[in-house]
Design a protein around this ligand. Structure first.
Ligand code: COA
Length: 260
């Protein structure tokens, strides 16, 4: 992974790795994930960056999923830190840069990810994966680097079956389908809870390069919520079900391995 990360930043010298959280959280993080230097931004001293992050988040998650300011403070910045890839705004597509009201040489959030801590040591919940610079795997890299900063061993998260993020998530390896989403999530009907195990770095590296070969037992359209609902029931009943990399095929079908 260190070699792959070095290669990513060599190919994208415009990108800088950062972390934005309460000042006190800096000492708990690995600020050289996969050997790459990270700048820590204490949120108390960088309201400008917090505002930039919130605007980028609002662009990526409009409408029902808009991030309230209090959630950003209480549940993102205070318990942990948001992993960031930043760049000059000139590297964003012009319509996006203009929507954000940025000049070309302003700092911009290129991609971001939060790993929210849980009651299980080493387990995090992935939240708010976003990238404003498509086509360079910024989502996969900001996710991998943030998880490494946190020392995550196990990850759970909520994803929508039809979202290209399913492809990003499988860059961390095959993802296990856990259950439907507890609670009143706005996108509950089209979402699921997944789990990634992050223990083995060489397997992670293979998955990042799309070099994982796995049996595919079923291909279910991401829009077929009835069939996917039955998959969730089977997973909840204890069956081992994985989404196989790359996660979705070109027609948007979810690639599944049923059983061990
Ligand atoms: C999801 C998101 C982070 C991906 O951004 P990114 O990492 O820059 O995406 P990339 O362009 O590198 O593409 C990532 C993968 O998705 C695929 N992809 C991207 N857009 C796609 C689309 N519209 N349809 C199908 N596949 C698509 C790419 O082919 C790539 O696949 P690969 O990993 O097998 O090569 C970004 O689209 C985003 O911010 N979306 C809005 C917020 C969101 O929905 N977040 C996910 C919450 S779970």
């Amino acid at each position: 992974m260190a070699e792959l990360a070095a290669d990513f930043f060599e190919r994208h010298p415009e990108l800088r790795l950062g972390a934005l959280g309460a000042a006190d959280n800096q000492r708990a993080l690995d600020l050289a994930p996969f050997g790459h230097e990270t700048v820590y931004f204490p949120a108390e001293k960088r309201p400008d960056l917090v505002a930039l992050y919130r605007e980028a988040n609002q662009l990526a998650f409009p409408g029902a999923l808009a991030l309230p300011g209090w959630v950003l403070s209480d549940l993102y910045l205070l318990p942990g830190a948001i992993g960031l890839l930043t760049c000059e705004a000139r590297y964003l597509d012009v319509p996006i840069r203009k929507r954000l009201g940025l000049r070309p040489d302003d700092t911009a959030i290129a991609a971001a990810y939060l790993g929210a801590p849980t009651v299980h040591p080493g387990t995090f919940i992935g939240v708010s994966l976003l990238s404003l610079i498509p086509r360079v795997l910024a989502g996969a890299w900001v996710k991998a680097l943030t998880l490494r900063m946190l020392g995550a061993k196990r990850l759970r998260g909520v994803a929508q079956w039809q979202n290209p993020s399913v492809r990003v998530h499988t860059r961390m390896g095959p993802i296990r389908v856990v259950s439907s989403v507890p609670g009143t999530h706005e996108f509950k009907a089209k979402s699921f809870v997944y789990e990634s195990t992050l223990g083995d770095e060489s397997e992670w590296g293979l998955a990042m390069q799309r070099k994982v070969e796995m049996r595919i037992d079923a291909r279910i359209p991401g829009a077929d919520h009835d069939e996917l609902g039955r998959i969730l029931e089977r997973a909840e009943a204890g069956e081992e079900i994985h989404i196989v990399p790359p996660g979705l095929d070109a027609s948007g079908r979810v690639l599944l391995r049923l059983g061990a």
